[in-house]
Design a protein around this ligand. Structure first.
Ligand SMILES: *Cc1c(COP(=O)(O)O)cnc(C)c1O
Length: 404
């Protein structure tokens, strides 16, 4: 693999960029169209990854593109010193998509979690001396800034970064007993932070009873629930937010990835009693919620609000999960298939990266997380024919793997 054009791009990357992403996949996408991408040599790929669940409307979505063009031709940025109609509209749409509350816009997932952590601490410390501890769960991923990283219960994310932010306790995911035990002795706990489906952790789904018990005990003890929906949010699991599968409502919801359909933006949405703990001047960001970002958010949320949108997402999900259930029977190296909506993991008994590379060679973009879990996260509006074509390529890869 690798044309002369690609080889030059790869060499230039090494010459000019930090190599913190290691060896990237050997491709440079230059153009997209709906659920497809085109590389440096104009070769076509089916996108089953959406740039880590970001391109929720696929590529070059007409309405999103139009909204962005209109905004580019009006004003890009003025800062939070001034009122901003796009922010207001985006927040109102977010409330309609989630629960009554207020929104604070930021620029990324880790920044959303950072804001949630800071808000939870200010709330907690107003309720009691030393009420600042935050519970999170093994294998979670909450971001790379010091707060988000400290909340992330994965040693490999912490390695080499010296003292983390104090005041975090890691408990085993899906262990209701351990959680109840910790809460009993935890007068100093101000919040619990959880992903309902751990994305980077390998598409691990929180059990209903576990989540119910967390919300029950948090409610009883004035402990805030922070649900990190940076990956699962904004339609990814077939409903607007994954918490809606559980019959609970978080105090603080964090989101980013799919929120702007590819434009970098994050947000926290919190119940109405919380914004007062961020009074004037205690938290902020220069770029947060700028006109361009919020025009994107509004365009994404408007499109998803149409009833048919998530219905199509769920139909695509049913098709893909059905195909995978069949393949699981056929291929012994598939240990498990799990997920909700278009947030799907295929756990293998072996490393997944070689299969990801072979899929790319055959024109399918997939990803591997937690070493052995193939992750499938197509655009939420993927047309049935493209989903079908993608699954056919995937089955071909599995067949090859079986014959090896
Ligand atoms: C990606 C992710 C983050 C971090 O978001 P960034 O935009 O990369 O900072 C936080 N939490 C979860 C669940 C994520 O998947």
């Amino acid at each position: 693999m690798g044309s002369a054009k690609l080889k030059k791009i790869m060499a230039d990357d090494k010459a000019h960029l930090f190599q913190n992403y290691g060896d990237r996949m050997p491709v440079c996408f230059v153009r997209g169209e709906d659920s497809c991408l085109f590389d440096q040599d104009n070769r076509k790929y089916i996108d089953f990854f959406s740039g880590i669940a970001v391109s929720s409307l696929g590529h070059r979505n007409r309405a999103l593109s139009k909204a962005l063009h209109r905004q580019v031709d009006s004003v890009l940025h003025t800062s939070n010193w001034y009122y901003n109609r796009e922010q207001i509209e985006a927040a109102a749409l977010l409330t309609a998509a989630s629960f009554p509350g207020k929104t604070l816009f930021v620029n990324s997932g880790t920044e959303a979690n950072e804001a949630a952590i800071k808000l939870a601490r200010r709330y907690g410390l107003s309720q009691g001396k030393n009420k600042y501890r935050i519970i999170s769960f093994t294998n979670s991923f909450h971001g790379r800034t010091y707060g988000g990283m400290s909340a992330t219960a994965q040693k490999k994310i912490h390695d080499g970064f010296g003292p983390l932010l104090p005041g975090f306790t890691y408990l085993p995911f899906n262990d209701t007993k351990a959680f109840a035990k910790e809460m009993k002795k935890g007068r100093d706990i101000c919040a619990v932070m959880i992903e309902l489906i751990q994305g980077e952790g390998g598409i691990q789904i929180a059990e209903q009873d576990f989540v119910k018990e967390i919300f029950h005990l948090c409610g009883k003890n004035a402990v805030l629930t922070i649900v990190d929906e940076v990956q699962t949010g904004v339609g990814r699991t077939g409903v607007m937010f994954a918490y809606q599968h559980y019959g609970v409502v978080p105090d603080i919801l964090t989101m980013a990835k799919g929120l702007g359909g590819g434009v970098p933006v994050g947000a926290i949405h919190a119940k109405n009693f919380l914004p007062e703990f961020f009074p004037r001047g205690v938290h902020g960001t220069t770029f947060g919620g700028n006109h361009l970002a919020c025009a994107a958010v509004a365009a994404v949320l408007r499109q998803m609000a149409a009833k048919s949108f998530l219905r199509n997402t769920r139909a695509a999900s049913a098709f893909i999960l059905g195909e995978l259930a069949r393949m699981k029977k056929q291929f012994g190296f598939i240990k498990d298939v799990r997920g909700m909506g278009l947030h799907i993991g295929i756990e293998l008994d072996r490393p997944g990266t070689p299969l990801v590379v072979r899929a790319l060679e055959k024109g399918l973009v997939i990803n591997c997380t937690a070493d052995t879990v193939i992750r499938i996260m197509p655009p939420l509006n993927i047309p049935p024919t493209i989903a079908k074509a993608g699954m056919k390529i995937l089955e071909g890869i599995f067949l090859e793997e079986k014959q090896q």
